[in-house]
Design a protein around this ligand. Structure first.
Ligand SMILES: [Zn+2]
Length: 258
């Protein structure tokens, strides 16, 4: 059975265009320059796993005709990865039970304090979510096939984010300024390396194009997909600068794997 990974959003924190209509250096005539905030969906038989709940979650799921979410894995607590959390209520209503979400210790703390009402029952407002700590390896089984997701802690400026290694085939790190040396061997010759590449210039919390091109010389992925793209990065202009096996992400991009 083929598994499907969908990049729901490929844009940086304010998206492209921004709410004030600003496209930055992006050509507004290219559909691939319309970017919502980073978020991803993984389908494995009847199991639907969401990575993050971006502020655009509702429109992302509707646009991609994703009707089910069985659990959520968080990368970190920043607004652009979490502020769609309230829309998970639809799945509480649909399944009549609290949805499981997984996060590392610090993300858990932030989510519980910022969105306490999602986790704690109040009169008239039942809790919709159940918080769990991320495990070292997350196993999912369906129809004699299995999926293993390994969280890999990565640096994101002053904080750490959980990036995810999926079946040793796909790495998803949407907000990363450094992958620690001790983890590089796990990423060697991956099928798909989906990685933060905010812009051309340096940024303290994100990889830029120079960083990513340097990194892939070491880990040699078969295909690299650049995400978390800022409005200063136009899809077609970026594509022209990239080696053949490196491509910019766009909203709705799908990857099939086993
Ligand atoms: Zn972030």
């Amino acid at each position: 059975m083929t598994k499907k990974f969908t990049i729901l959003g490929s844009g940086s924190s304010l998206g492209v265009p921004r709410i004030d209509g600003n496209f930055g250096k992006c050509n507004s005539k290219n559909e691939k320059n319309y970017r919502t905030r980073c978020c991803a969906h993984l389908k494995f038989n009847d199991i639907n796993i969401l990575i993050d709940t971006s502020p655009d979650l509702r429109s992302q799921l509707l646009k991609n005709k994703i009707r089910d979410v069985n659990c959520v894995l968080y990368t970190h607590a920043h607004a652009d990865q979490t502020h769609g959390i309230n829309d998970l209520r639809a799945f509480y209503i649909k399944y009549r039970k609290r949805l499981s979400v997984y996060a590392d210790k610090s993300t858990k703390k932030h989510l519980m304090s910022s969105f306490g009402y999602c986790f704690i029952n109040k009169p008239g407002y039942p809790a919709i979510l159940k918080m769990h700590l991320l495990r070292k390896k997350m196993f999912f089984k369906s129809k004699k096939s299995k999926l293993i997701i390994e969280p890999i802690m990565t640096q994101h400026g002053y904080i750490e984010t959980a990036s995810y290694l999926i079946n040793n085939k796909i790495f998803y790190g949407s907000d990363v300024s450094k992958i620690y040396n001790k983890d590089l061997n796990k990423l060697y010759k991956l099928d798909f390396f989906i990685i933060d590449c905010l812009r051309y210039e340096y940024h303290p919390s994100h990889y830029n194009l120079h960083d990513v091109l340097k990194l892939i010389k070491i880990i040699k992925p078969k295909k690299t997909i650049l995400t978390n793209l800022h409005s200063s990065v136009d899809y077609s202009k970026l594509k022209l600068k990239l080696p053949r096996n490196v491509i910019p992400a766009y909203d709705g991009m799908k990857i099939l794997f086993n």
